[in-house]
Design a protein around this ligand. Structure first.
Ligand SMILES: C[S@@+](CC[C@H](N)C(=O)[O-])C[C@H]1O[C@@H](n2cnc3c(N)ncnc32)[C@H](O)[C@@H]1O
Length: 260
């Protein structure tokens, strides 16, 4: 049965505010799952199972699949489609409030676009070893952007500090029901062995990008004594992720020393 048939059968009305545009083309789901290269030993987390098109393809790999879905009205569809797969666990809860996500899992999701930023931060916090996520095309460009590009900013730096990023492929809006107003991109994120205090790091990155066209000197005004001898004449958007982490470490160590 097709996704649209399931929606009709259960009389489900889609909720725009939850980003409910569902994959209607299961070839895309198959392509995503193929790229994930899963084995039965893997633990996969899906954020936003929707009508289960991607979930079912994930289930077929034999991996343990934990699928989060905030909207319980989709439960009858998901149960009908997935009850034959004992390796799938459905969790009807808000992923942003999730309490027990297994560490070292792989996230494979077509995420709700309105909360992409928050979800990317959660992906970092839960230390997924890999994340293959479909995002709005323009957001994908920001995630993948290199220094000097217009799209390089807070999101690029935060994600690229923790993950090697790679574009997999674009997905046309025609592959969804209903057709969204935007195209999509699937990105592949591979965890780097980085250990940083994420809360503090986010604060620092927000600060240096606060006024994007201004120099570091301008954005770091309250902390200039920490950076004596450092060239602050560039803008944050010109710095590599490694250079930003180096500045952050200087800032963090100085603040820790000053607190004694
Ligand atoms: C873009 S749809 C993807 C659905 C399905 N995976 C697919 O590819 O067809 C996003 C799904 O995420 C769900 N969702 C939205 N916010 C959520 C949250 N905070 N936690 C869990 N699921 C959420 C929506 O209800 C929706 O079903």
């Amino acid at each position: 049965m097709k996704t649209s048939d399931y929606l009709k059968k259960y009389g489900v009305r889609l909720k725009k505010h939850l980003g409910q545009v569902f994959l209607s083309d299961d070839r895309i789901a198959k392509r995503i799952v193929k790229a994930a290269d899963l084995t039965p030993e893997d633990v996969v987390v899906e954020i936003g199972a929707g009508a289960g098109t991607l979930t079912e393809e994930l289930a077929k790999t034999g991996a343990r699949v934990i699928a989060y879905e905030i909207d319980e009205s989709l439960a009858p569809i998901l149960r009908e489609r997935l009850s034959k797969y004992p390796n799938v666990e459905l969790r009807f809860e808000d992923f942003l409030k999730a309490k027990d996500v297994p560490e070292g899992a792989i996230c494979v999701s077509n995420i709700p676009y309105s909360i992409t930023g928050l979800l990317m931060e959660k992906i970092i916090e839960w230390k997924f070893k890999r994340a293959i996520v479909m995002v709005q095309k323009e957001v994908g460009e920001r995630i993948l952007a290199k220094p000097g590009k217009k799209t390089y900013g807070y999101l690029s730096v935060v994600v690229q500090t923790f993950y090697e990023v790679k574009k997999l492929f674009d997905v046309s809006r025609s592959c969804f029901v209903p057709n969204p107003e935007v195209d999509s991109t699937v990105v592949d994120l591979k965890r780097k062995p980085v250990d940083l205090d994420f809360e503090k790091f986010k604060k620092f990155v927000s600060m240096i990008f606060a006024k994007k066209r201004k120099t570091l000197k301008n954005n770091l005004k309250p902390f200039l004594s920490i950076f004596e001898g450092v060239d602050l004449s560039r803008r944050a958007e010109q710095l590599t992720v490694e250079e930003i982490v180096e500045l952050y470490e200087k800032w963090r160590r100085a603040l820790e020393c000053s607190r004694g």
